[in-house]
Design a protein around this ligand. Structure first.
Ligand code: MN
Ligand code: MN
Length: 304
């Protein structure tokens, strides 16, 4: 079958496996009613699956061979509720609780960033307090948005309050732009999170940063949450709340490759909105970053 033929699963995986037979489950979470500006991330999983057909199974840079080492399949989407965010969050949480009855790592495609909260709740129940590597233009630690405690700008505030995170093992990378107050990023620092603003990343390799991050977040379960708007809009325009001055694609690769060796128990790639992505560059980038995540999961052998 040519790459452009057939039913589009992530990376043309069979899409027929039961979770009981997998080491890694790729899951779509199509929802965007948690967004505050441009919607469209509900089409993220379909867009990513479509662009992912180009990706080949071997990583030529790291020599990782995830499909030789682990049983991986695309198990489809969570049945979300496009009219009721609270119900959608409950459905996502129940889906992951059920999935994590198996000894499986979930790799999730958003959807807006709201999805990280119910996923992390399920991960916390299975693994205990989580270390977190959060890449984003925004810290997503708002207390409320329009009076609502659950939205795409609040998941890490709720996660901290609910004890989902091991605060000393949390790092937020790439945050930038304009805020509502000059000390907006200091709430995270007050929790004990490390906050790496985008300006600290400009014009340099992030490999040294990631060596420090591995020291900080190692020694326990780690969740990785990657908001595509962490990248500069030059690389990833197809998202709801773009911010200039962001990370480059090579820096995104350095961040994910720098997670190798950590006990990554789950990860997500969120906020891809294909309607603002006429060339497909954002979705192609997202699909490749998800492949790079597969390449650093525990148990993946690099053939060197
Ligand atoms: Mn976000
Ligand atoms: Mn963001």
């Amino acid at each position: 079958m040519p790459r452009f033929g057939g039913i589009a699963t992530f990376m043309r995986l069979p899409g027929r496996s039961a979770a009981t037979d997998l080491d890694v489950a790729v899951v779509g979470v199509p929802i965007d009613i948690g967004t505050s500006n441009r919607p469209g991330a509900r089409f993220g999983p379909r867009g990513i699956r479509s662009e992912s057909v180009l990706i080949r199974p071997y990583n030529m840079a790291t020599r990782a061979a995830p499909f030789d080492s682990l049983r991986i399949d695309d198990i489809g989407d969570v049945a979300t509720n496009p009219y009721n965010l609270a119900d959608a969050v409950a459905r996502i949480e129940a889906f992951y609780d059920d999935l994590l009855q198996n000894d499986v790592i979930a790799v999730s495609m958003g959807g807006d960033h709201t999805i990280a909260l119910p996923i992390m709740r399920a991960m916390r129940r299975k693994h205990g307090p989580l270390g977190l590597i959060h890449v984003d233009a925004h810290t997503d630690i708002n207390d409320h948005m329009f009076g609502e405690p659950i939205a795409h700008g609040t998941p890490f505030r709720r996660a901290a309050e609910e004890g989902l995170l091991d605060a000393r093992r949390v790092v937020q990378i790439g945050v930038r732009g304009t805020g509502y107050a000059a000390d907006d990023f200091d709430w995270s620092r007050g929790q004990g999170f490390r906050v790496v603003q985008a300006e600290e990343c400009w014009n340099r390799s992030l490999a040294p940063l990631m060596a420090e991050v591995r020291e900080q977040v190692g020694g326990g379960p780690v969740y990785m949450s990657f908001d595509i708007d962490g990248l500069d809009p030059a690389y990833a325009p197809g998202t709801g709340t773009p911010e200039i001055g962001g990370l480059t694609t090579p820096q995104a690769l350095e961040i994910i490759r720098g997670c190798r060796g950590l006990d990554v128990v789950g990860c997500d790639l969120v906020e891809v909105a294909p309607v603002y992505d006429p060339t497909g560059a954002t979705t192609l980038c997202a699909a490749n970053l998800l492949f790079e995540m597969l390449c650093v999961l525990p148990g993946v052998v690099c053939s060197d």
